[in-house]
Design a binder for this molecule. Structure first.
Ligand code: IMP
Ligand code: MG
Length: 182
């Protein structure tokens, strides 16, 4: 596997994003809404890089991919979401690929009547955007390659890697049969 973004580069960038959010949301009722499962590593690091009071909430989005690396049907489970009414919500996901997940989560969040909604992702595959939405905050724009690590998985593996790595063709071929990609 090839390292695309090192642990150190991620750490520096996440600290910068944390400072930026702290400036823009000081004196605002901020809730960071992590999209399970891919955002968990970023969520843990980002909230510790902020210096303003905030709440953490979770929502689950899954698109069945089989052993493919292309997205399938999107399912959103909002049963974990706490009250967002009147709050300034920042939806946090690992990656903005086609953007369909973010659009689906936006729609779900609007139903909770928040004061505002923005989106933040670590990675943005700019060449693959299919929706009329762009992330408000992003860590890195990346080329159209399948990446893993720092929360991102392939077939539910590799989330624990501290860096972002590119899956080589032989890694992809060694995949299992099914992926329920959350
Ligand atoms: P989107 O709906 O196409 O934007 O896809 C978003 C979801 O697809 C992310 O939350 C990831 O779970 C998954 N995804 C997209 N690209 C990658 C990738 O390169 N590696 C791992 N997961 C990915
Ligand atoms: Mg995901």
């Amino acid at each position: 596997m090839r390292v695309l973004i090192s642990e150190n580069e991620i750490s520096e960038r996440v600290k910068t994003l944390g400072r930026q959010l702290s400036e823009e949301y000081s004196n605002r009722p901020l809730t960071i809404l992590g999209v399970l499962t891919g955002s968990v590593v970023l969520l843990a690091d980002l909230i510790r890089a902020t210096s303003v009071p905030l709440r953490v909430a979770l929502i689950q989005a899954a698109s069945y991919r089989g052993a493919e690396t292309t997205p399938g049907q999107l399912t959103i489970n909002q049963s974990l979401v706490s009250d967002l009414r009147g709050r300034d919500v920042v939806i946090l996901d690992d990656i903005f690929d086609t953007g369909n997940t973010m659009v689906g989560v936006y729609e779900a969040v609007r139903g909770f009547q928040p004061a505002s909604v923005r989106s933040a992702v670590l990675l943005w595959k700019t060449a693959r955007t299919e929706v009329d939405l762009e992330p408000d905050y992003f860590g890195f724009s990346i080329p159209d390659e399948f990446v893993v690590g720092y929360g991102l998985d392939f077939n539910d593996d590799y989330r624990h890697l501290p860096f972002i790595g590119v899956m080589e063709d032989e890694d992809l071929k060694r995949s299992g049969a099914k992926q329920n990609d959350c």
